[in-house]
Design a protein around this ligand. Structure first.
Ligand code: FAD
Length: 784
């Protein structure tokens, strides 16, 4: 080694082992060249009797002690163990068996860390109560005496660890009303990294955020927020009821991240969000979590979007779901609505294409519920129109008034058929069977007589439900059929004949109804906006995948979202999705058993924008002929002129069908070609090339009420009610033939129940609705 200029050590020759090897090679070569060169001196052994150097001495002592212990038959091992295994006798102990034996001896002292025992050995030790836990590590191949078994690494983080959870990307499908007040959320939503970082810096320390009146401390806010109407802005910017951050933050982790960032040279700071996600991904891949299986039932889930905690998760964004969100948001609770489609509204959605608007089936808002009516009127104000309903039935090539009227029937039916219809009706009325009807067929024939049933009600019902009326339960009939009681009509006609006055509309038929100017969907858009203003959130394009339970409660729900699997922790779940779909998550076995009794009838709506100014003489027409596939025709601008461009009209054809049948498979153009033939038979003029043709599908339009359905529904709802914070209600969730006002009312009642800390059971919610729907036809609007 020489000193070079500037006192730097200049390396001349290889050092250490390499140096020795080089010297040896040089020596060997020198000997080969010149025999006079003496061989290199051998390293001298330490003379016997001299003390070993310290470390070696310690090791030898350990070895001796181990050998000594190994010679004694270890306690717990059978006494007659072959001597060679114990190191005695002529056969000298082979290394490997001795090592294994030593490991076993050590394992008895430290059962947690010892090497793996054979199954019988482990069982024996377990039986002796010496081994608290089965060893989890594989055998330590290194000498156990020399090297202590390494400590087990901590298992990979549990899914609760936010490193496994991706924050929802900004601009995701969560919709809120207007830009959030929180600058951090605003910046995140815009994807502005600079502003995000600035907002993060400016953010007050989490633990020190002011708590207005001590009402909304972060921990117990869900409990305390109940029943409170929190003024907007009363909450700290860092996350009150509105705009809570989408991912949980931990101050300690944040500090650690800040330290890491400071350690990086300026200009090379890593963006915290992707870096964090990447870290989580790497960790998850390198340490597949063992304990995830029982918490997250789906395999292969390594990353979850964390949607945080919500007081109430509402499944389904139709009227029933939005009703609950509206009620909860007005009280300051944090609700998240999860909707399968790309927009909320459910069956009450209005689809707009240019200036044409189409409901799903042409809705009208009628209610006997004064409180609900007041709320709806206050919400929509001048946007609510009072419309007149006119309907007719196409039958036998003629058009009859709807609801059916005896005078109209007598005038338009062939005389012999009219006489037969009247006779069969009178026979039924005189018979007066006191037993409850067992099927829809019985209900309809007792009420209208067999001839009218076979002429219109039977074929129409079979077309709509896809099931023979004798298979159908009668429970839905009084809600669905607004065919007037013929006895009442006859009495009215008699009064008119005697007093020569115009009959008042029968009480069971609401001639007027409320209708939002831009379609039924406008009402539910307004409700959604009101809920969003109150702090509710809506996640579209998402469906529930699994319920995570803790005892008899649902603690979290896993979702499939457009961004990937997500999880939301919940205080309660209000479900309005189809009951069979929810049951599949709650009790799959029962769901399969009840599936034949709980199914839906899909409807496809063919929407046609027309150039003509008028198509039908009435608002809608029922197609009574059983052989035609169309169920109803509607002209939307008869409800509101804003449903079509000025001077133009449109037509909507409702086509009930079975899933996967011919109607389901046809393209829009093919369906139009098919429907042209039916429209010609119904005498409806249709232009050659309508400017707009599109169809909308409702896979769960009608819950099919079979005779066994009420019992099956009761069983399913009771199974749902076993989970104390889960409820199912609404048209799909309660599996009831209800209208939008009843669905809204159910949502409001469910929300109120949660706020009052007493969620009504699903079975009860369904009863409330049916009691209300029975009076639904006595419209307060119709009577005013
Ligand atoms: C042809 C027709 C005409 C009608 N006419 C009238 C009328 O004139 N007046 C009236 O008041 N009512 C009428 N109704 C009834 C009215 O539409 C319903 O009562 C009301 O929509 C029920 O609301 P809901 O929220 O219970 O169910 P839906 O409106 O069906 O809402 C359920 C929601 O859940 C969503 N969903 C389903 N599955 C999932 C899932 N797995 N995950 C997440 N979300 C899911 C759906 O996409 C939907 O948005 C009519 C219905 C039909 C079919």
């Amino acid at each position: 080694m020489v000193r070079g200029p500037g006192r730097r050590r200049v390396r001349e020759r290889p050092r250490g082992g390499a140096q020795r090897r080089a010297r040896a090679r040089a020596g060997g070569r020198a000997r080969a060249r010149d025999p006079r060169v003496p061989p290199p001196p051998r390293r001298a052994r330490p003379p016997a009797g001299r003390p070993l150097p310290g470390p070696l001495r310690a090791r030898a002592a350990l070895l001796r002690a181990a050998a000594q212990r190994a010679r004694q038959p270890p306690r717990g091992l059978p006494a007659g163990l072959p001597g060679h295994l114990l190191g005695r006798g002529r056969l000298r102990v082979a290394d490997a068996p001795l090592r294994r034996l030593r490991e076993r001896v050590r394992a008895r002292g430290r059962p947690d860390q010892g090497p793996r025992l054979s199954r019988p050995g482990r069982a024996r030790l377990l039986a002796q109560g010496r081994q608290r836990r089965a060893p989890v590590r594989g055998p330590n191949r290194a000498d156990p005496v020399r090297r202590r078994p390494q400590r087990r690494r901590r298992p990979a983080a549990a899914p609760a660890d936010p490193d496994h959870l991706r924050p929802l990307p900004p601009g995701g499908p969560i919709r809120r009303g207007g830009p959030p007040a929180d600058p951090l959320l605003r910046a995140r939503r815009r994807g502005d990294r600079r502003r995000t970082a600035a907002a993060l810096r400016a953010r007050p320390q989490r633990g020190r955020a002011p708590d207005p009146g001590g009402l909304v401390s972060r921990r117990d806010r869900p409990l305390r927020a109940r029943g409170l109407s929190l003024a907007p802005g009363a909450l700290p910017a860092g996350g009150g009821v509105r705009g809570l951050p989408l991912r949980p933050r931990r101050p300690r982790r944040r500090r650690a991240r800040r330290r890491r960032r400071r350690a990086l040279p300026r200009g090379r700071r890593l963006d915290p969000l992707p870096w964090r996600a990447l870290q989580g991904r790497l960790r998850a891949l390198s340490h597949p979590p063992r304990d995830r299986a029982h918490r997250l039932p789906r395999a292969g889930l390594l990353l979850l979007i964390d949607l945080g905690h919500h007081d109430v998760l509402i499944l389904g964004g139709g009227p029933a779901g939005l009703g609950a969100a509206w009620e909860l948001a007005e009280a300051g609770a944090r609700a998240l609505v999860v909707e399968r489609e790309e927009d909320t509204g459910g069956l009450c959605r209005t689809h707009a294409r240019g200036d044409y608007r189409f409901d799903m089936g042409g809705h009208r808002f009628i209610t006997a519920d004064r409180e609900l009516l007041d709320r709806v009127v206050a919400l929509l104000g001048d946007e609510l129109l009072l419309s007149e309903r006119t309907s007719e039935v196409a039958l036998l090539g003629r058009r009859f008034k709807y609801p059916l009227e005896p005078g109209d029937l007598a005038r338009k039916l062939p005389p012999r058929l009219a006489a037969r219809a009247l006779a069969s009706y009178l026979r039924q009325r005189l018979r007066r069977d006191p037993s409850p009807p067992r099927s829809f067929e019985e209900w309809a024939t007792r009420r209208f007589g067999r001839v009218l049933y076979e002429l219109f009600l039977g074929p129409y019902t079979e077309k709509v439900w896809g099931v023979a009326p004798r298979e159908l339960s009668p429970e839905w009939a009084s809600q669905r059929i607004s065919v007037t009681d013929l006895g009442e009509v006859a009495r009215t006609l008699l009064r008119r004949a005697l007093r020569r006055e115009d009959p008042a509309p029968p009480r069971t038929y609401a001639r007027s109804f409320l209708y939002p100017r831009l379609g039924m969907g406008q009402l539910f858009e307004a409700i959604r906006e009101r809920a969003l203003e109150g702090g509710a959130e809506v996640l579209c394009g998402a469906t529930p995948a699994a319920l995570v339970r803790e005892g008899d409660r649902v603690s979290a729900v896993e979702l499939n979202t457009p961004q990937g699997p997500a999880r939301v922790r919940v205080g309660a779940v209000l479900s309005t999705i189809p009951l069979p779909a929810l049951l599949e998550l709650v009790e799959p076995e029962l769901a399969r058993t009840l599936a034949p009794s709980l199914h839906f009838r899909p409807v496809r709506f063919l929407n046609l924008g027309l150039r003509a100014a008028r198509v039908l003489p009435t608002t809608w027409r029922y197609v009574g002929e059983g052989e035609l596939r169309a169920g109803r025709l509607q002209e939307p601008n008869k409800r509101s002129p804003a449903m079509a461009p000025p001077g133009r009209s449109s037509l909507m054809i409702e086509i009930p069908h079975a899933a996967g049948d011919r109607i389901d498979r046809l393209s829009d153009a093919e369906l139009l070609a098919y429907m042209r033939g039916e429209l010609a038979r119904l005498d409806v003029p249709l232009e050659d090339a309508p400017p707009l043709v599109f169809s909308v599908r409702a896979p769960e339009a009608y819950p099919v009420h079979l005779r066994e359905t009420p019992a099956a529904r009761e069983r399913a709802l009771r199974a749902v009610d076993q989970l104390t914070n889960l409820r199912s209600y609404g048209r799909q969730g309660g599996f009831r033939f209800i209208f939008s006002d009843a669905a809204l009312r159910m949502g409001i009642e469910a929300g109120r129940g949660w706020l009052a800390d007493s969620l009504p059971p699903s079975v009860e919610l369904a009863r409330i609705a049916s009691a209300r729907t029975l009076t639904e036809v006595r419209s307060v609007v119709g009577e005013s």
